[in-house]
Ligand binder design. Structure first.
Ligand code: CTP
Length: 409
């Protein structure tokens, strides 16, 4: 299966050409929502349908949503006189069959070519993703399970259906999963798997240093950069452990997430997970100080001024730099408001790390809680300023640098 990779500097599925095969399940209406979501992130979508699929949702719905002609006749020729089933997969990066009925999966698993969807999949030299959706008894039937196994043996990617109440009134496995699950599979299939074999520990978010039961000290980190790194690394085949301070982000699929609150908790988790890691990326904004004493009862207001005695937290990254084994690659961040490069170089040597990612916390598009970032990568031999990119795009560039440094060893 020839794999066309997504442009790793672009956010998500922008520019990716998706060929969507819609077959005859009630979940076909959900596929219409998937087309909307794909178009929203600027993917290019072409839809092909079986005749049963067309009984559930009209081709007009899909052509209106995708802005493209919908294909259903396998003998239809395009302008160049080539049969649709040949050019459709040639012209697209990935084939997504969703919803895939038991009948369609039987056709695909037997290599049948008696409608446009099955013929196109059989002729496709592109990655194929199949999303089954059907009644739970049909799904769990050994015949369907055997078909799924066959499809996987052919190298197709089968997305497990969700469990829950089904349109037929029964409860169980068989629901078309949420778009996020399919989107993640598309990205995973289209990303290079150049981080396979790497065990990466990533930290993200702020820490909270308790003052009393009602209050804490923290900082403005949203965790978005660290989470983007975790998503990107797992898509590229790495085993990822994400040690996260308190954030409001959803957990990236396929990532082991360890939740912590304080810098001391983060330190304990990082040290225990880093022992096995080939790469540690410290994107977390760890609080430099914590209150010397955590009060067990709420502090009452009395005097007009109030001072809090603070004690320094250990520098986790510097400790990793001192104690690391020779093969481990260490990446730190430097969140700066001035003297960016100078501070980055200082942290690179003082903390004994391989790469420092410097970002400007005062920039409107690079500061806290925004979707973009513009960073400078400083390693021992090179300083490289990246353009303004989405945080996912920045994450992929950092991971490219990590790969470069690993292969230079
Ligand atoms: N870091 C850490 N433990 C700390 C403080 C920072 O592991 N107690 C890590 C951060 O995760 C980041 C790097 O060190 O990867 C730099 O953090 P930053 O807050 O930019 O700098 P500091 O080391 O705190 O130095 P300064 O306050 O002087 O800027």
């Amino acid at each position: 299966m020839k794999n066309t990779h997504v442009d790793l500097t672009k956010p998500g599925l922008q520019g990716v050409r998706v060929l969507l095969g819609v077959t005859g399940s009630i979940a076909a209406y959900k596929a219409a929502e998937w087309v909307r979501a794909l178009i929203k992130e600027e993917a290019i979508v072409t839809v092909m349908m079986t005749s049963a699929g067309q009984r559930f949702v009209s081709p007009l719905t899909f052509s209106a949503l995708s802005g493209n002609r919908v294909y259903h006749d396998m003998f239809e020729e395009d302008q160049e006189g080539v049969m649709a089933h040949i050019n459709l997969s040639r012209d697209n990066d990935v084939v997504l069959v969703a919803p895939a009925t038991a009948q369609t999966m039987t056709r695909l698993s037997r290599g049948m070519a008696n409608d446009l969807v099955s013929t196109t999949v059989l002729a496709a030299q592109k990655p194929v993703i199949v999303c089954p959706a059907m009644n739970t008894n049909m799904f769990t039937h050994p015949a369907t399970q055997e078909n799924i196994k066959k499809l996987e043996d052919y190298g197709y990617h089968v997305v497990a259906p969700d469990s829950g109440s089904l349109a037929c009134g029964e409860v169980g496995d068989g629901r078309l999963p949420d778009w996020d699950v399919a989107r993640e599979k598309l990205l995973q299939v289209l990303c290079p798997d150049d981080l396979t074999g790497q065990n990466i520990v990533i930290t993200a978010g702020p820490t909270r240093e308790a003052i009393d039961p009602a209050r804490y000290l923290t900082n403005r980190s949203s965790g978005k950069m660290g989470y983007a790194l975790a998503r990107a690394a797992v898509r590229r085949g790495a085993k990822v452990t994400l040690i996260s301070g308190p954030v409001t982000l959803s957990e990236p699929p396929g990532v082991q997430v360890v939740k912590v609150q304080s810098a001391q908790e983060m330190e304990a988790e990082v040290l225990s997970h880093a022992a096995e890691a080939s790469v540690v990326i410290k994107a977390a904004a760890v609080a430099d100080y914590r209150p010397l004493v955590e009060q067990h009862h709420k502090i009452k207001k009395k005097a007009d001024t109030f001072s809090l005695e603070l004690v320094k937290n250990n520098d986790i990254l510097a400790r990793l730099g001192r104690e690391r084994n020779g093969r481990q690659l260490l990446v730190g961040f430097a969140a700066e408001s001035k003297n960016h490069q100078q501070e980055g170089l200082r942290k690179l040597t003082e903390k004994n790390v391989d790469l420092i990612v410097v970002n400007d916390i005062l920039g409107k598009k690079t500061g806290f809680d925004v979707e973009t970032n513009q960073v400078t990568l400083i390693d021992r031999t090179d300083i490289c300023q990246l353009p303004l990119l989405s945080k996912e795009g920045t994450a992929n560039q950092i991971l490219n640098k990590v790969l470069e440094l690993l292969s230079a060893r």
